[in-house]
Unconditional design. Structure first.
Length: 135
């Protein structure tokens, strides 16, 4: 863990915060899409089936989806804080103290790598929507 500490700049590098903000935003969008799709499917299923046990099981599934909604709300709060931090953090030109390589090793999905690459290249750092790394 102490070697990780050396990777992080002494002054906040706004790109680090920007990457994290966009990763959280993309995750929130993915969760939102999944929940909406699941709720739509469950509504259709409930309309076409009248078996009490079946409807009870679907109702339980909807309650489980509400837990996901609470997680989404918590992540959205984190995203808002990161976004505020990013707007105040320094955006150094072309400097990299090693954190980009460190983060590359932590990310596993292509969308995560795309966000990191875009931020490091200065592509649309601000003004991107929440669904930008969805898909």
């Amino acid at each position: 863990m102490s070697e990780d500490k050396a990777l992080w700049p002494a002054v906040e590098d706004g790109r680090v915060v920007e990457v994290l903000t966009r990763q959280v935003s993309g995750s929130l969008q993915d969760l939102h899409c999944s929940v909406e799709d699941a709720l739509d499917r469950l509504s259709i299923i409930m309309e076409t089936h009248s078996d009490d046990e079946f409807v009870s099981n679907v109702t339980k599934a909807v309650e489980d989806l509400q837990h996901i909604d609470r997680v989404m709300q918590r992540l959205d709060n984190v995203r808002k804080i990161l976004d505020a931090w990013a707007s105040e953090a320094v955006m150094p030109e072309g400097k990299d103290s090693g954190w980009a390589g460190y983060m590359t090793g932590k990310f596993v999905m292509p969308q995560e790598h795309l966000v990191l690459r875009e931020v490091m290249q200065g592509v649309n750092l601000k003004g991107r929507g929440e669904g930008d790394n969805h898909g």
